[in-house]
Design a protein. Structure first.
Length: 621
C-alpha cells in the first residue's frame, strides 16, 4: 500500500492540476524508493521470515523440517545407542558442515567456540597456589592474556591458595572461575585484592569495567593476622557485574565489596564472614553502596570523581556472619555517605541471612526504590535502618554540605527478626526533611532487648504497616513520634514490656484491626499533641500486665485532638487494667462509638471519655 495518499488532479489544466500532478509524482517516487529499500532489507535480513511463516504443501516449513528430521532420525540413524550410524552422525558440526572424521568435527566446533571465548589458567602463567609463593604477577599475566578485548576471557584458578601482595586489575569481559581456590593476603600489606579499574584511566559515569563474573572460591583478608584497613574487592564506575558463590573473609575497618558509582550488580549465594573495626568505623558494611567522590576508593584520576551514584543492585541468598577467626560484620548491606541531589536507586536485598551483626544489618540511607524482603535477622544488633546520610557525610563535588536529603519508596516485606539487640526496623528522617513512603508488611519480630522497640518511626511521612507479627519486645512493638500519615492495619502484637503501640506527636494516623495481647502497660497510647488519630476495630486482651490497675486498654492523653475510637474491644483474664478506654480531659473533639470495654477493670467506669467536645453514642459499654 502506498505510504502517501495521491491527490486528484482535476479535469482542467491549471495551477491546481499542475501542483497536484507534481506532488503525486514526488510521492510515487518516494513509494518506489521505500519499496526497493524494503525488498533489499528483506533479501539480506536473517529474520525476513521464520520457518513457521512459510507455507509448503499445506504445512509450515518448520513442521516439514521437524517431520523429516524425526523420520531421518528414526529410519536412518535409528537412535538406539549402539548403531555405527550415530558415530557417523558425529561428523556433522553444529553449523551443519560435514567433516571427514569425528575428531575433525570436534576440532572444528572447538575452534568455533574458542573464537568467541578465551580460556586460560593462572597456573599456565606460573602461579603455584601453595600459599607461600607470591603469585601476584602470574595471576595478573593470566588476567591480561586476552587476545581480544571484545571476547569473554575465562580465567581459571585451580584449587589452591594464591598469595597476593598488590592489587589484581580486572578488565571488561572477564570470567574468574575460582571454585576450590583461595586468593588473598598472606603477608602484611593493605592493597585491595581485586580492583575493577586501572590507575590513571578516566571512566566517568558507568563507562568503566563491564561484564565481569566472579564465580566460586574464597577471597581472604586474614585481618586477624595483619594490621590496617583492608577491602577485598572494589568496582567503581562499573556495570553488569555478577558475583556468585564466593566467600569473603576477614576484613578490617573497610568492606568485603565496595561499589562506588556502579550499576547493574548482582551478588548471590555468597558468604561474608569476619570483620573487625575501630570504634570510629562501627558502621562499616560488608557491601558498601557508595558514590564516586573524593575518598571513595584508591588513588585515581580526579576525572573519575564525578559523583556517579550506585544503582540497580541485587543481593540475594547470601549469608553474613562470623568467621572462625573474627566476629561478624558490623553492617551487611548499606551506605553511609553520598552526594547532594543524587540517590541510590533500585536496590534489592532478598532472602539473605544476617547473624550476630554488630550494627544495623541493612542500611537504606538515601535509597529510592528499595525492596528488603524475605531476609532472616538472627541475634543481630539491629535489623533495617532507613535513614538519611549521617551528619558530615553528605557532600557535593566541591566539599562538605549540610543539605539534608532522605530516600523514599522503601518496601520492607516478609522478613524475620529474632532476638534483636536493638530495633528490628528503624525509620528515621530529620526535623528538616521527613523520611517518605515506607511500606512495612508481613514481617515477624520475635524478641528485642530490654527497653528496645520493635518498630521505631521518627520524622517520617507516609509509613504503612500491615500484617505485622510481634512478640516479646523489650518496649513497644510499634512506636511513632514526630511523624504524619502513619497507618497500621492487621497483624498481632503479643507480650510487650511497655505499650503495645504508642504514638507521640503524630498527625494523621490510623490503627485498625490489630490484635494486641499481654502488654506491660497500655495496649494503645497517644500523647504529646497527637491529632487525626483513628483507632478502629482493634482487640486488646490483657493490657497492664506489669501492674494490676496501673494502665489501660486504650489511653488517649496529653492534648490528643480530632480523633476517633470506633468498635474497639478490650478484654482481660489476667491482671485487671485500670480502665478499658480512658480519654483524658486534656483531649478535644474525640468521637467514640461502638467500643466494648467489658474487661474487669479496676475502676468502675471502664469506659471514660473526659475530652471536651466529645461525640459519643450509647454503643460504648
Amino acid at each position: 500500500m502506498a505510504r502517501y495518499p495521491y491527490r486528484k488532479a482535476g479535469n482542467t489544466w491549471d495551477r491546481i492540476f499542475r501542483n497536484n500532478y507534481n506532488l503525486n509524482l514526488s510521492d510515487i517516487e518516494s513509494d518506489i524508493k521505500d519499496a526497493n529499500s524494503a525488498l533489499d532489507n528483506h533479501e539480506t535480513s536473517k529474520t525476513a521470515h521464520t520457518s513457521e511463516q512459510i507455507d509448503h504443501g499445506g504445512f509450515s516449513v518448520a513442521n516439514r523440517i521437524k517431520n523429516l528430521y524425526s523420520r531421518f532420525a528414526n529410519l536412518v540413524l535409528n537412535h538406539d545407542g549402539t548403531s555405527i550410524k550415530e558415530v557417523v552422525d558425529i561428523r556433522v558440526a553444529m553449523d551443519g558442515s560435514i567433516h571427514p572424521t569425528a575428531k575433525d568435527r570436534l576440532d572444528y566446533d572447538y575452534n568455533k567456540i574458542t573464537d568467541r571465548i578465551q580460556w586460560v589458567s593462572v597456573k599456565d602463567y606460573g602461579a603455584l597456589g601453595d600459599g607461600e609463593t607470591d603469585d601476584t604477577a602470574a595471576i595478573q599475566s593470566a588476567l591480561d592474556a586476552r587476545l581480544s578485548a571484545s571476547k569473554m576471557h575465562f580465567v581459571r584458578f585451580p584449587p589452591g591458595t594464591y598469595k597476593v601482595t598488590t592489587s589484581l586489575r580486572v578488565d571488561s569481559n572477564t570470567y574468574l572461575w575460582m571454585d576450590g581456590a583461595t586468593v588473598g593476603r598472606f603477608s602484611q600489606h593493605n592493597a585491595t585484592i581485586f580492583v575493577l579499574y586501572r590507575d590513571g584511566v578516566v571512566t566517568p559515569g558507568y563507562s568503566g569495567v563491564s561484564n565481569v563474573i566472579f564465580d566460586g572460591g574464597t577471597i581472604e583478608g586474614n585481618s586477624h593476622l595483619y594490621t590496617g584497613g583492608f577491602t577485598l574487592l572494589t568496582a567503581p564506575h562499573a556495570s553488569n557485574i555478577m558475583i556468585k558463590n564466593v566467600t569473603f573473609k576477614n576484613v578490617r575497618d573497610n568492606h568485603a565489596i565496595d561499589l562506588p558509582g556502579s550499576k547493574d550488580v548482582y551478588i548471590k549465594n555468597c558468604f561474608f564472614l569476619g570483620q573487625e573495626t575501630s570504634d570510629s568505623r562501627f558502621y562499616a558494611e560488608a557491601i558498601q553502596l557508595d558514590t564516586a567522590k573524593s575518598g571513595s576508593y584508591g588513588t585515581i584520576d580526579s576525572g573519575n570523581l564525578d559523583g556517579t551514584v550506585t544503582k540497580n543492585v541485587t543481593v540475594e541468598n547470601c549469608y553474613f556472619g562470623a568467621s572462625a577467626e573474627m566476629g561478624a560484620f558490623h553492617a551487611g548491606v548499606g551506605s553511609h555517605s553520598a552526594v547532594t541531589g543524587k540517590f541510590y536507586e533500585n536496590i534489592k536485598v532478598i532472602n539473605n541471612t544476617f547473624e550476630e551483626m554488630r550494627y544495623y544489618s541493612v542500611k537504606p540511607m538515601k535509597w529510592r526504590g528499595v525492596v528488603v524482603s524475605g531476609n532472616r535477622f538472627l541475634n543481630t544488633y539491629g535489623g533495617v535502618y532507613v535513614a538519611p546520610i549521617p551528619d558530615g557525610q553528605l557532600y557535593d563535588l566541591g566539599g562538605t554540605k549540610v543539605t539534608y536529603e532522605t530516600g523514599s519508596d522503601v518496601v520492607i516485606n516478609a522478613n524475620t527478626f529474632e532476638n534483636m539487640g536493638e530495633k528490628a526496623i528503624y525509620v528515621l528522617g530529620r526535623k528538616e526533611i521527613y523520611q517518605r513512603d515506607v511500606t512495612i508488611s508481613n514481617n515477624i519480630v520475635s524478641g528485642t532487648a530490654d527497653g528496645k522497640k520493635g518498630i521505631f518511626i521518627r520524622y517520617a511521612d507516609g509509613v504503612n504497616i500491615s500484617n505485622h507479627q510481634s512478640k516479646n519486645t523489650g518496649s513497644q512493638a510499634i512506636y511513632a513520634e514526630f511523624s504524619k500519615n502513619i497507618s497500621t492495619s492487621g497483624g498481632e502484637v503479643k507480650t510487650t514490656k511497655t505499650d503495645g503501640i504508642k504514638l507521640n506527636a503524630v498527625k494523621q494516623a490510623n490503627i485498625n484491626n490489630v490484635s494486641i495481647q499481654d502488654t506491660g502497660t497500655h495496649g494503645i497510647m497517644t500523647h504529646g499533641g497527637c491529632s487525626g488519630i483513628d483507632l478502629k476495630y482493634n482487640k486488646i486482651t490483657d493490657p497492664s500486665q506489669s501492674s494490676a490497675g496501673g494502665f489501660d486498654g486504650i489511653y488517649m492523653s496529653n492534648d490528643t485532638t480530632d480523633s476517633s475510637l470506633i468498635a474497639n474491644k478490650i478484654r482481660s483474664s489476667k491482671k485487671a487494667p485500670r480502665r478499658g478506654i480512658w480519654v483524658t480531659a486534656t483531649c478535644d473533639n474525640i468521637v467514640a462509638f461502638g467500643n466494648d470495654t467489658r474487661c474487669r477493670a479496676v475502676e468502675a467506669d471502664s469506659y471514660r471519655n473526659s475530652a471536651t467536645n466529645k461525640i459519643e453514642t450509647s454503643g460504648n459499654v
